[in-house]
Design a protein around this ligand. Structure first.
Ligand code: CA
Length: 231
């Protein structure tokens, strides 16, 4: 039994009913708002643990709601986007949304995003002492030794490659945008740095033995960024 309270801000009745059923079946408390104005009122009066926010609402733009919530609170926000336009997702993430789910979505995907987001936000700011290692399928990372192993064999990474892998692993399950990764790994961001990140990622994938279209460790979020898988 978990006692997390989720606020869903979404105007489509079918999707509301679907999510209410999924979340209640999985022991979450759910409260619902069908427009942005009610959503903000409920957010500030009910203090939810997580917000699911549709970007396309009848009365206001979801982006505006992210701004208003982030001005006062760090409560995790997962955006629902019917839009295939990557720039909306990047804008939402840059404004402080924690992740997104693209419609149409399935039960497993929705629950996985919510779990990863709650876990990531719990760990934030607690330092790495709480996590000494990371494992995913046959991959293992020992953070103190800065060592990555696959099937027991050490993978030789450059410092930069290791920093990218560690950053993604520390946020496993969460998408990190190109800009976020670049800023954290290189400390700056310029026009050419996405290319540099992509070159490093190609080398990491090669060393991990991953082939295009069969990525199982680090997932491509096309036009947005990368996500360490979380199973
Ligand atoms: Ca909508």
């Amino acid at each position: 039994m978990n006692s997390y309270k989720i606020l869903v801000i979404e105007d489509e009745k079918n999707i509301c009913n679907f999510m209410k059923m999924i979340f209640e079946t999985n022991d979450y408390q759910v409260i619902m708002a069908q427009n942005g104005k009610n959503g903000l009122t409920m957010f500030f009066s009910h203090n939810p643990d997580l917000v699911i926010l549709d970007l396309g609402l009848p009365d206001m733009d979801g982006i505006e709601i992210i701004r208003k919530i982030r001005a006062k609170s760090d409560t995790p926000i997962v955006v629902l986007s019917a839009r295939t336009d990557e720039s909306d997702k990047v804008e939402a993430l840059d404004l402080g949304a924690n992740d997104y789910v693209t419609k149409p979505f399935g039960t497993a995907e929705l629950l996985a995003r919510v779990r990863a987001t709650l876990r990531n936000s719990r760990f934030q700011g607690t330092g790495k002492s709480v996590r000494e290692s990371f494992s995913l399928y046959d991959m293992e990372i020992e953070y103190d030794a800065r060592k990555v192993m696959i099937a027991g064999e050490e993978i030789k990474l450059t410092q930069t490659e290791y920093n990218i892998v560690q950053l993604l692993a520390l946020h496993a399950g969460k998408v990190l945008t190109y800009a976020e990764i670049i800023k954290k790994v290189w400390g700056y961001s310029d026009y050419g740095s996405v290319k540099k990140l992509q070159v490093n990622m190609a080398n990491i994938r090669k060393k991990f033995g991953e082939k295009p279209g069969e990525y199982k460790y680090i997932l491509n979020e096309l036009g947005v960024g990368y996500r360490m898988n979380d199973v």
